[in-house]
Design a protein around this ligand. Structure first.
Ligand code: PLP
Length: 383
């Protein structure tokens, strides 16, 4: 299931644009389905990775639910046809307006992150005469060994509550009339490529479950978050993430109680590999030492390299040269961080060639901005 670029079709499009390999997305969704079949597992796609409407609809048709982090995402998910009972709503700063929107939509569950938030949900639910199902986000203090901006499971963090606070929070929550505590929620970080942190997470969850039981609270949902990483270096060798190994960890290590469900919130692992940012070469500029490829796409269209020092594989998809040259590949934005790659070995590249920045399906299109008053790129689909 490698991505083959239909050059003729792509050459007719105005660059830059996102190209989505829909067959790969479907194959990825099928793999998830086959790995979770027969288990009490529910996978909620993390909408923040990519909220493109065709992508959302394809994920909805495959039967997944959604994990939303804003009222806008809840609304987009309802629009894309997701059953309200397949929508969960997380986030540290849910506003009254967003909470009301989610209560009105009758979503499956709120993932609450603090006591003041709990008070707000309780009051707003009370005003509507309803009871809101809530899971608590707990920091399990597991180091995901990933980039500091995307490590979220350590105890001192703006996200979630600390494990030590859980008994207190649970006793406050269970006393609230319009809150129904249904579960615990964890999310330890993103782009986690070693499976060991997930194993540690299972151990922590097992310990916490025993503690919570002692407090007499019954949990229906164990939400283990997302974070499974993908192969940015070899997108064609590994187009589909290691879902089997990932789900097997939970099958083998997580001790579930009768009737419990495990919820997963995968974002990147579902959509990253199906997307590429296609850009055309505006200029090739010779410096004294370096040669620069200046593309018509910039950090406004794919911000991960500038924001997280991430690297996306770069391919020249139209050059037929067998000779290679070392280039720095940079965008046109007036910021020095607008660089997609230094010392890239590429075939001899000319003005007008098309480059593909691979694995751009997650945190690409959705993070695009109009900085420098640029147009937002459109999307093109393989089918
Ligand atoms: C971002 C996020 C996810 C998805 O993370 P991925 O690394 O894209 O899988 C899941 N849950 C929560 C709470 C998140 O913030």
């Amino acid at each position: 299931m490698t991505t083959i670029f239909p050059i003729e079709k792509l050459s007719q499009e105005q660059t830059p644009f996102y190209y989505y390999n829909m067959e790969l997305l479907e194959a990825t969704l099928n793999e998830i389905k086959s790995c979770t079949e027969g288990m009490p597992y529910k996978v909620h796609y993390a909408v923040k990775a990519n909220a493109n409407e065709r992508i959302l609809r394809t994920i909805q048709e495959a039967g997944l639910g959604v994990d939303c982090v804003s009222g806008g995402e809840v609304a987009a998910s309802v629009n894309a046809g997701f059953d309200s009972k397949k929508i969960v709503f997380a986030g540290v700063g849910k506003t009254d307006r967003e909470i009301n929107l989610a209560l009105d939509a009758d979503i499956l569950c709120f993932n609450a992150e603090s006591i003041p938030e709990l008070e707000a949900i309780n009051a707003l639910a009370q005003a509507k005469g309803i009871v809101a199902d809530v899971a608590f986000r707990v920091n399990p203090n597991v180091d995901a060994h990933t980039h500091k901006y995307i490590t979220t499971g350590l105890s001192e963090n703006k996200f979630g509550i600390n494990m030590e606070q859980l008994p207190e929070v649970l006793s406050i929550a269970t006393a609230m009339k319009n809150i129904n505590v249904v579960g615990l929620h964890f999310h330890i970080g993103s782009q986690i490529t070693e499976l060991d942190p997930f194993e540690r997470l299972c151990e922590k969850v097992n310990e916490l479950q025993c503690e919570v039981e002692k407090l007499g609270v019954k949990l229906k949902i164990i939400n283990v978050g997302g974070g499974l990483g993908i192969d940015y270096v070899n997108p064609d060798e590994n187009p589909i993430a290691s879902f089997k190994e990932y789900f097997d960890i939970f099958k083998n290590s997580l001790k579930l109680r009768e009737g419990q469900e495990v919820h997963f919130e995968l974002g990147r692992a579902i959509v990253a590999q199906c997307g590429s940012l296609i850009t055309s070469v505006t200029y090739v500029k010779k410096g004294t030492v370096k040669q620069f490829i200046i593309t018509d796409a910039g950090m406004t269209d794919l911000i991960r390299p500038a924001l997280y020092q991430a690297h996306h594989k770069i391919e020249n998809i139209t050059s037929s040269s067998s000779e290679t040259v070392v280039y720095d590949v940079v965008g046109p934005i007036c910021e020095s961080s607008d660089c997609f790659g230094e010392n890239e070995i590429l075939p001899v590249t000319k003005r007008g060639d098309l480059l593909a920045l691979r694995s751009a399906g997650a945190y690409g299109e959705i993070m695009a901005s109009q900085y420098n008053l640029r147009k937002l790129p459109h999307a093109v689909y393989s089918k």
